[in-house]
Each structure stands twice: as C-alpha cells, then as structure tokens.
Ligand binder design. Sequence first.
Ligand code: ATP
Ligand code: MG
Length: 300
Amino acid sequence: MKNKELLKRACKIAEHYRITKGDKFRLKDNDPGDTMGFKSEAKLRAKEALTLGVELLAGLQDRLYAQDKWAVLLIFQAMDAAGKDGAIKHVMSGINPQGCDVHSFKSPSAEELDHDYLWRAMKVLPNRGHIGIFNRSYYEETLVVRVHPEFLAKQKIPRELVTRDIWKQRFEDIRHFERYLSNNGIVVCKFFLHLSKKEQKRRFLERLEIPEKNWKFSAADMAERGFWHQYQDAYEDMIRHTATKQAPWYVVPADNKWFTRVVVAAAVIDTLAALKLEYPRVDDDQLKQLAAAKKQLLKK
Ligand code: ATP
Ligand code: MG
C-alpha cells in the first residue's frame, strides 16, 4: 500500500472516531466492540497495515523533530485493562525514542498536592519537535477525584473555592489551558479507550488465571470496577465539556485490541499529517557551504 493510500485510510478512520463538539455526545451511542465493519479476519491485514502505519509515523516524527516547531501531546485515559499501555507500546514502536517522552500520572505526591493540579502536567509538557505521551493526565481531576470526593478533600484548595461548580470550572479551565497550548504550537490529541464492563471482566479473569499475567492483577482495579457507572458518567461529562476542534477526543472502541491500535495509529498519523511537516530548507549561503564541503571531501 502506498503512503498516500495509507494516509487516506488513516484520515477516514480518525474522522470516524473524532469528537470535536461534545454537547450531543452520549457514551451509549458508542459501541466498545465496534470494528468499523472490519471482521476478525481483517486482524491479519490490520497488523500489516499497522506495520506500514508505524513506518509512516516514523517518517512524520522525523520531520516533526527536524522542523523543531510543533509539539504533539497525546493523552490516554481509560478504565483499567482497556489497553492503554499496549496501545502506546504498539503505536510508538517505530519512532525515535529521542523525540518522544512518556509520563504516567499516579496518585499525586505530597509535593504535587502542594500545588495547583496542572502544575505537575505543565512541568512535563513536550518540547518543540517532540511527541509527549500522558498515560493518564490532569483529566483524572475530573474522573477519579470526582468519583471519590475524598481525593478532593485531600487537595489543599481553600474551602470557599470548593463549590458545586467545581467540575464545571475544571472543564472550563482545562478547555482554556488546551487552547493556550494549541495557540503555542502544542497540538493536543486525546484518547478515551472505551471498554465494555463485560470485556473488562474477561481481561481481569485472564490476569487471575494465566500465571504470566498474574502480576498485572490489582485489587485496587477490582475495587474501581465497583464504581463502573459513576466512572462512565464522569467520562461522558468530561468528553461533553472538553471535546474541541483544537483538542479533540477520540472515543476508541477498546474491546478488540487489534482495532484499538489501528484507530490510535490512524489518529496520530492524521494529526501529524495535518501539520504539513517539512524538513527545514537550507538557504543559498548554506547550499554554497554544502557544495564546498562536498568538493573538499571528494578531493581527499
Ligand atoms: P497500570 O497499567 O500499570 O496499572 P495505571 O495507569 O493503572 O497503569 P496505577 O499505578 O495502577 O497505574 O494507577 C494509578 C492510579 O493513580 C489510578 O488509580 C489513578 O486513578 C490514580 N490517579 C491518577 N491521578 C490522580 C489524581 N490526580 N488524584 C487521585 N488519583 C489519581
Ligand atoms: Mg492500574
């Protein structure tokens, strides 16, 4: 498959799952088992396409790095076992590690709790020319913190500022923050890996039954499963309020790992391709210098 054809396909897949305006968004209208009509026989072809996609991505990243102007921030959010780590690993497998940084956001430390919630994210935003990946992000502030109010209580926010409008305010602040990033050439692209409760059960059972997967099992993840509906509501509200043209959400079906990876790769390719990245051009003086250097090299 030629790059042009691949790009066209990536663009079509990305568009299908991209949310740029959230007001009418309903999670229940999105099927976690969706594969855009591709059957499981397409799995092998998907793998081939993914290999080609990863090559295409590597070329785009090389230009992003050389141009050193844009930065790309990829945010991954999902319920446990939705395949965030696998998607990140597969899609980024071909790219140059020097131009890519991954950060995982865990429960905040004492130092982090002593600051506003965007502080720890701001410190690790990607450099120009780089792709930054957030495995979880400041969006946890509208998810886990919303589902478990005890986390909010631990944050040292002045009491009078914690009102019932807090989630609306957080959404608004995040929208503004992302607009600020986009106005500065940091392109934000967000992924929600949409898993069904049934498939999460199957994956948790696999972690219990297969010895090589035992290490992945966590009792804390089991406990969070008990809050499934609260999380789904929080995710829906988050997407409704923070999907924008500059910083879209991709709602990626996550019940079939092979398809999740195809959609994520397609969206990253589409995002980079839209930047029309070019290698920096050298001016006439530099061209003369190159010609002189070549002449000198060939003499010896
Ligand atoms: P893994 O695939 O390795 O399990 P993970 O992203 O689930 O990856 P964990 O260390 O298991 O990593 O979980 C991190 C935990 O930190 C999650 O439960 C998440 O909800 C929590 N967390 C992240 N940000 C915040 C926050 N701002 N406040 C409270 N908890 C948070
Ligand atoms: Mg975990």
